[in-house]
Design a protein around this ligand. Structure first.
Ligand code: UTP
Length: 299
């Protein structure tokens, strides 16, 4: 099974990232030297995807621009001999062979956002990646979408990415119950969106990566507003599971929910300490900051 398209919903209000996201889409907030959406696109490319469908709303055109050519900027960098920077700028515009965007006119929830992609996706299996979750690494360097695409081609079913969360956090996520059929791989028996703490047996949370069969669109067609008054993807997944079955795969590596300001900051620390050519100096400066009197930290 080949997965060539990814749907990336970025139309949400991003209220947790305000005021930073008031006039800049939260997917365009920078993590170290590139926007959040760059990391997500790079993971899609690593999974063999070459077509992106962004679900957007008013004020998000910066995202499409980021993946487009910018001849004037490129000519300027070329003229100034900034070849390394030129390569970085060009990278985003060559990641996908096609970039489409579909407007979600009203922000009715993630399920509705995915439903907006039905014509762009048509009748083929496709991936969904949330526009604010960055995944990284894993011991073998393979995490997130590549792991799910590989599992989907083995099982020939929809596959959703999960991670274990603390018991008192289950009410923040869609939670999956299932029977483990291989290490870290589960046949899904139940999905529930934001269950009350203590009402589910599982701590496996859905964390922003999916490979879905096109049957999801038939389910979404009649999915009613659920938790939080929003049309929830998890509710449609629950119906899809009853119809066709579904696999959950425990994803390896790190996850940063950059829609949460603290997690966004951690992502910045992680990627700058890993990638900055000045990382030793940066670490020393961070240590100094932590010890500075004005922060008054007890460590
Ligand atoms: P979030 O749950 O993070 O919602 O959505 P949000 O509205 O963006 O952020 P907060 O909670 O108000 O801070 C997860 C992903 O789904 C998209 C968001 O843009 C984000 O990438 N989304 C959500 C849509 O595209 N449309 C929606 O109606 C809801």
């Amino acid at each position: 099974m080949q997965i060539k398209k990814v749907v990336i919903p970025v139309a949400g209000w991003g209220t947790r990232s305000l005021p930073a996201s008031k006039s800049v889409p939260k997917a365009m907030l920078s993590v170290y030297d590139r926007p959040v959406i760059h990391y997500i696109a790079a993971e899609a490319v690593q999974a063999g995807i070459d077509q992106a469908v962004f679900i957007t709303s008013r004020g998000k055109s910066a995202i499409e621009d980021y993946f487009d050519y910018d001849p004037e900027l490129e000519a300027l960098l070329e003229k100034k001999g900034k070849t390394e920077m030129l390569a970085k700028v060009r990278e985003a515009s060559t990641m996908f062979t096609s970039v489409t965007s579909v407007r979600q006119r009203e922000q009715l929830g993630l399920g509705h956002a995915v439903f907006c992609a039905r014509r762009a996706v048509n009748c083929e299996p496709f991936a969904v990646m949330l526009g604010d979750d960055i995944m990284d690494g894993g011991e073998n360097g393979k995490s997130g979408l590549p792991q799910l695409v590989e599992a989907a081609s083995r099982y020939k079913k929809s596959v959703i990415g999960v991670m274990e969360v603390p018991e008192d956090h289950v009410n923040r996520y869609g939670i999956v119950e299932g029977e483990e059929i291989a290490p870290g791989e589960y046949r899904v028996t139940k999905l529930v969106e934001k269950p009350a703490v203590g009402t589910v047996k599982s701590r496996l949370a859905i964390v922003g990566r999916y490979v879905l069969m096109p049957g999801i669109f038939h389910c979404l067609e009649h999915t009613k507003a659920g938790s939080g008054g929003e049309i929830q993807l998890t509710d449609a997944l629950s119906e899809l599971n009853e119809r066709e079955g579904m696999i959950a795969v425990k994803m390896q590596g790190l996850r940063f929910d950059t829609g949460n300001p603290d997690d966004w900051m951690l992502a910045n620390l992680f990627f700058s300490l890993r990638e900055s050519p000045q990382r030793e100096k940066l670490l020393e400066q961070m240590r100094k900051l932590v010890r500075s009197k004005s922060l008054n930290l007890s460590c």
